[in-house]
Ligand binder design. Structure first.
Ligand code: PLP
Length: 385
């Protein structure tokens, strides 16, 4: 089964381009709102997954908050209509310029990752006569069982503050006059499909909360569990919406929130991955001695995930219903890593056929580059073509 695409409309558009299915995005947002709403949880969309302005506007209109990792992301979110009161700002290397801008916008919270960073936020807030709200990113040392390059919650990773150091760090922050510690922040990794990793995170947070209550006598009003819910890259047509029901139920079942405490999450990939597809055209079919190659006009400059993370994207020939043949599907870039898929079964393919690289809405368009002086891919919504 292939995805349902308006191929007659695609015929007129220069390839490669991103195509976003607004209906599917809306259904995904509805599911997030319904399932998180059951427990009063607040979702902040992780903008790093895709900062396309039109998508940001749809996501902010749906009532989600935003999770940003740069000053420019904060700015893009304000411009796309996210209320500053729903914006959180994370990242290990926030610059003074980015902090100052976010302070001037009165964002909800800085997810801080180190003592020097909190000290700088305190200093810059003092200069503005403000008090900044800060949540501390804790490294919970939980294995997300995902790709090494997208595992973030282990002691060896650069993110967050290690558990053993936390009580001391909290005491220090409490002594700073221009920051208020309002929560704890966690993020263990991305493309997590085994929910038991989130159960482990809950257990770690429960233990940590018990410890902070008994040693320091504190309970913080916000717990932020980050993002990470994975999607089904193999079967985007059968399972287009991630299982948000089970995801949020896991936290409701295993996390012991204290009275008045609010749970925040930061889904990125699970919000936008399935609604996005990279549409490309076949430039050549090349027959070698052992392999047949489909050479696309899209390359890793348009979608870098396969080259960067060895990730799988389903590939469909939208122009052919002929019998299946086996191809390596590659791009035109002068690097041997410019491969979208090896030994893939595609309907018999010829020059000019339209090809869809599925599930490309997250970490696709936003990671595009101009290497080889290529043009950046354009993007179209289903509602505008
Ligand atoms: N929150 C933080 C702090 C992150 O680092 C990331 C991804 O790197 C996310 C949220 C979004 O993760 P995902 O796209 O897997 O939901």
């Amino acid at each position: 089964m292939k995805g349902n695409f308006p191929t007659n409309k695609f015929a007129k558009i220069e390839t490669p381009f991103y195509y976003y299915d607004v209906n599917l995005l809306q259904q995904t947002l509805d599911s997030i709102k319904t399932e998180s709403g059951k427990y009063g949880y607040e979702a902040h969309y992780a903008v790093k997954a895709n900062a396309n302005r039109k998508l940001l506007e749809i996501i902010s209109a749906a009532g989600l908050g935003a999770d940003c990792v740069s000053g420019n992301e904060v700015k893009a979110c304000i411009e796309a209509g996210f209320p500053a009161s729903k914006i959180v700002f994370a990242g290990v290397g926030k610059t003074d310029k980015e902090i100052n801008y976010s302070l001037s916008q009165d964002i909800f919270c800085f997810n801080a990752e180190s003592v020097p960073e909190v000290e700088v936020i305190n200093q810059l807030a003092a200069a503005k006569g403000k008090t900044a709200s800060v949540a501390l990113r804790v490294n919970p040392n939980v294995d997300a069982h995902t790709h090494a390059k997208i595992t973030t919650g282990l002691n060896e990773n650069k993110f967050g503050i290690n558990l053993e150091m936390l009580p001391e760090v909290i005491k220090l922050i409490q002594s700073l006059p221009n920051v208020t510690l309002i929560g704890l922040h966690f993020h263990i990794g991305s493309q997590i499909t085994d929910l038991s990793a989130f159960e482990d995170l809950c257990v770690r947070i429960n233990d940590l909360q018990d410890e902070l209550e008994s040693t320091l006598g504190i309970t913080l009003p916000n717990i932020n569990i980050g993002g990470g819910l994975g999607i089904n890259y193999e079967h985007p047509n059968h399972l287009p919406i991630p299982d948000f029901e089970s995801y949020f139920r896991t936290f409701n079942k295993h996390l012991r929130l204290r009275s008045g405490q609010k749970l925040h999450c930061e889904p990125g990939r699970s919000v936008v991955a399935q609604c996005g597809n990279l549409i490309s055209r076949v430039t050549y079919v090349k027959v070698g001695t052992v392999k047949k190659f489909v050479i696309l006009d899209a390359g890793f400059t348009d979608l870098v995930r396969p080259a960067m993370y060895d990730s799988y994207h389903r590939i469909e020939n939208l122009s052919s219903n002929e019998e299946y043949e086996t191809y390596d599907v590659v791009g035109p870039i002068c690097e041997s890593s410019d491969v979208f898929g090896k030994d893939r079964e595609l309907n018999k393919t010829k020059r000019g056929d339209l090809i869809a690289l599925r599930s490309a809405g997250a970490y696709g368009e936003i990671m595009a580059s101009q290497y080889n002086l290529r043009e950046l891919p354009k993007a179209y919504l289903s509602t505008e073509i």
